[in-house]
Structure formats: structure tokens, C-alpha cells
Design a protein around this ligand. Structure first.
Ligand code: ADP
Length: 235
């Protein structure tokens, strides 16, 4: 058994989760889920099946009632809140469905904020931000723009730039393409996979849209991981 091998980015064991201690059943019960460093996975399942909940467990914003979730060999639930926030900022990049950019800040300030949270005060930070923006095929003039002025496509790329700024070992991307037409979606997906490959980040990409699975070598259905009551959402 390779219990705590450094080849693994994620090792999940015997995890159960329910939102209310009083609720009669677990939403998630996952005996084992492992991801190797650099693995890129498409995680799918119907709306309401628990995908976002699982991402929150990975990011440490929710804690399981039982079991362990080790990221880079660290059980994140055992960290103090402050250490967990720091660990997340340093090692995990998250792109939310709604991007969560701070609307009244500039693009540069949005990305700087993510760097500061991780304690990243490198002298060449603004150079690195500009480099990341170019990597996302955006013009560096966008750095001075207020986030609220961006198109949806620009917001998506800025959200990825922000998630990438601390070279995260794990990228978590939650259903980011629903607002894009199919051409824009295609170039977005290719770009996302390319930047994660360049950074050797492990990627967990969540969607209910199975057509996006074409971009991934590896697909996992939440139902295949989850031994809790199946098809709970449809009942
Ligand atoms: P998905 O991402 O697959 O659409 P979610 O993880 O968002 O699914 O939700 C799974 C189930 O958990 C749904 O029934 C949802 O209503 C419920 N749920 C989600 N967030 C909360 C919460 N904060 N409190 C209680 N129930 C929640």
C-alpha cells in the first residue's frame, strides 16, 4: 500500500459528509479517491448530486464528519483555521462558477490580493502577474481595468490567472463554461489545460455538461465515487 506517497496530490479515505448533523443520510460517502500529481480529471454528475460539496471538501472550506482528506500529505481538517487558509492560498487555486472577482478592484489588484493571502510578496510580483495575464492570452492593458468592466470571457481568464498566481499544486475549477458559446468554450478549455500542464498542476474540473469530457483523458462520475444514497437529487 502506498499510503502516503509523495506521488499523490490527493488521498481521500472513508470520507462521509452531510450538511446537517440531524439529517438522516450522508450526502457523500467516499471510501477512496486518489489523484496523482499532475493528473487532470473531469468530474461529472447531475445538478444537486454533490459535486460542489466535494470541491469544498477538497479546498478545506467544508470538513468531513468522518475520514481523512490528505492534500500533499497534509490532512487539511487537522489544521487550525489560520493555517488552513494559508495552506489553501499557497497550494490550491479555485475558479468558482461566478468567478468571484472583487468588482471595484482592478484586475491587477484582484490578482495581487490572492498573492498576498498566500504570503507571496516576491519583488517581481507585478512582472509575474503580467506574465500570467499574457499566458492567458489577455493584453496587459487589462490589468488597470476595473473587474466590473470585463466581459464574461475576460472574467474567466482573469479568474484563472488569479488562481494560478501562486503556482498551485491543485487547481479546482467549478463549471466555468456555461456562459460561453461553443467556440469560446473550446478555446477556453484548451487554454485551461495548457496552463495547468505548464504549471504541472493537478486539475479537478467539475461540470454537469458531459460534452466537456472530450478534453480529458480521465473522467470520473460522482456516482461512481459516492456510496451514499444514489440519485438523491432526483428523489
Ligand atoms: P452539485 O454541485 O452537484 O450541483 P451541490 O454540492 O451544490 O451539488 O449540492 C448537493 C446537495 O446539497 C443539494 O441537494 C443541495 O441542495 C445541498 N446543499 C448544498 N449546499 C448546501 C448548504 N450550504 N446547506 C445545506 N444543503 C446544501
Amino acid at each position: 500500500m502506498t499510503q502516503h506517497n509523495t506521488d499523490y496530490l490527493l488521498q481521500m479515505r472513508d470520507v462521509t459528509f452531510r450538511y446537517q448533523a440531524t439529517s438522516e443520510a450522508d450526502l457523500l460517502a467516499i471510501a477512496q479517491w486518489d489523484l496523482r500529481v499532475g493528473q487532470k480529471v473531469f468530474l461529472y454528475g447531475p445538478s444537486g448530486s454533490g459535486k460542489s460539496t466535494l470541491l469544498n471538501l477538497l479546498a478545506g472550506t467544508l470538513k468531513p464528519q468522518q475520514g481523512s482528506i490528505r492534500i500533499l500529505n497534509q490532512d487539511i481538517a487537522l489544521l487550525s483555521a489560520r493555517k488552513r487558509d494559508k495552506f489553501r492560498a499557497q497550494n490550491i487555486g479555485v475558479v468558482f462558477q461566478q468567478f468571484n472577482l472583487i468588482p471595484y478592484l482592478s484586475v491587477a489588484q484582484n490578482i495581487e490580493a490572492a498573492a498576498w493571502l498566500a504570503g507571496n510578496t516576491r519583488a517581481d510580483l507585478s512582472h509575474r502577474i503580467a506574465q500570467t495575464i499574457r499566458q492567458l492570452q489577455l493584453p496587459t492593458t487589462i490589468l488597470a481595468q476595473q473587474a466590473s468592466q470585463l466581459s464574461v470571457g475576460q472574467q474567466q481568464r482573469v479568474a484563472i490567472a488569479r488562481a494560478l498566481i501562486n503556482n498551485p499544486r491543485l487547481m479546482i475549477v467549478d463549471e466555468p463554461t456555461s456562459a460561453l458559446d461553443s467556440d469560446a468554450r473550446d478555446s477556453f478549455m484548451q487554454l485551461l489545460l495548457q496552463v495547468c500542464e505548464q504549471a504541472n498542476s493537478t486539475l479537478v474540473f467539475v461540470s454537469h455538461d458531459q460534452s466537456l469530457s472530450q478534453y480529458f483523458d480521465e473522467r470520473v462520475s460522482l456516482a461512481s465515487l459516492n456510496q451514499a444514497i444514489p440519485a438523491k437529487a432526483e428523489q
